[in-house]
Write a protein that binds this ligand. Sequence first.
Ligand code: NAD
Length: 393
Amino acid sequence: MDRILVAGAGYAGVFAAKELARHGIGVTVVNAKPYHQLTTWLHEAAGGRHPVDDYKIDLADLFYGLDVQVEVDEIHRVDWKQTRLVGRLGTYPYERAVIGLGSAPEYFSITGLYEHSLPLKSLESARVIRRHIETQVRRYAKDGNVSRLTVVIGGGGLTGIEFAGELAEWLPKIGRTYHVDQRQFVIVCVEAMPDILPMLPPNQRSLARRELERAGVQFKAGSAIVRVEDQAVYLASGETLCAGTIVWTGGVRATPVLQASGLTCDHKGRARVDGTLQSVDDDRLWIVGDCARLDRAGKPLPPTAQLATQMGRHAAINLMRVLNGEGQELFVPKIYGTLASLGHSRGVGDLAGVRTSGRLAGVFKELTKVRYLLQLGGMRMVNRKRRLRTLQV
Ligand code: NAD
């Protein structure tokens, strides 16, 4: 039997590859980088909590002992009519493949946004943000231009809020390093909707806002960013914010590879799948994670890590059922809750339907880290990444 091809080693791809390999099926994983990045903790990496490289896991280590071959290449197209993936360095034929190539920042065609803001979407972008902020602080120490110390975060969803929480704790530390008065730093989070964290109930949004305001974060809700220039952000309200750093966390869309491949996609570039996660265009393809458009209760499933891991595993199981001549099973998503960190030790959200906030939410958030590492590689991985655990629970 030919090896199964898995495109992408994000949450969905890694879980698909592991599930297949655990059942004795040879897998080839093609990924742009030789590592799996811990995407749900990128706000920590960008916000100075731990060294950026701590948030990656080498694929060789991740698949140690399993029949998983790794090819490092950037996929440009799924040539499903010729059953091959086309990458920058080569082509990869397959009989059956799982596509989990993730998502990219959504810029909504806002003038200047792509050119003048820094997205928080990958480990490299987290490194760029972190270096940029430090450079601005160093430059301020020389030229006294105080707007260098302002960080504008575009988007008050989970990514923007978690990043704001990290920054509020990190900037005073950098200030001490470069002898800059911490009162000079300004963090502004701009949200187009009337309130931040629209996915949480109103009282939890207020808790998050109050917690972050106490830590020094300012909010401008109900005012969309409409234009960005070098170090200037223009809001629909007419206000202009001058900032040394502009970070964009205003949403995501699926990788452009799917549309470029001629797959049937929705307005966010997600390829349409049926209830088994099989592509509606080709039954040799399963499409998972942020790449897949699947509806539940009339709404598309959100692009979250918890669903991506479930989809990856489910696609692998269905693929094996097809190989065994069995029928496929429908994907039933399990949503365990939403937790946002608000700095190192606090948080807000719900776990299995129970609302939580403050330190307890912070502990739960840490436990989700341990759970993910356990799922990924058992106690070996938990111990390997011990340094990332802020609370040693
Ligand atoms: P998002 O789409 O959830 O949030 C983006 C926010 O930006 C929205 O609130 C939107 O109204 C706002 N926005 C959009 N355009 C704007 C504009 N022009 N000006 C100002 N604000 C604007 O995106 P995200 O936070 O990157 O999250 C992406 C996905 O990842 C979501 O499904 C999210 O649930 C998931 N995620 C989960 C966690 C977690 O579980 N802790 C953390 C991060 C991301």
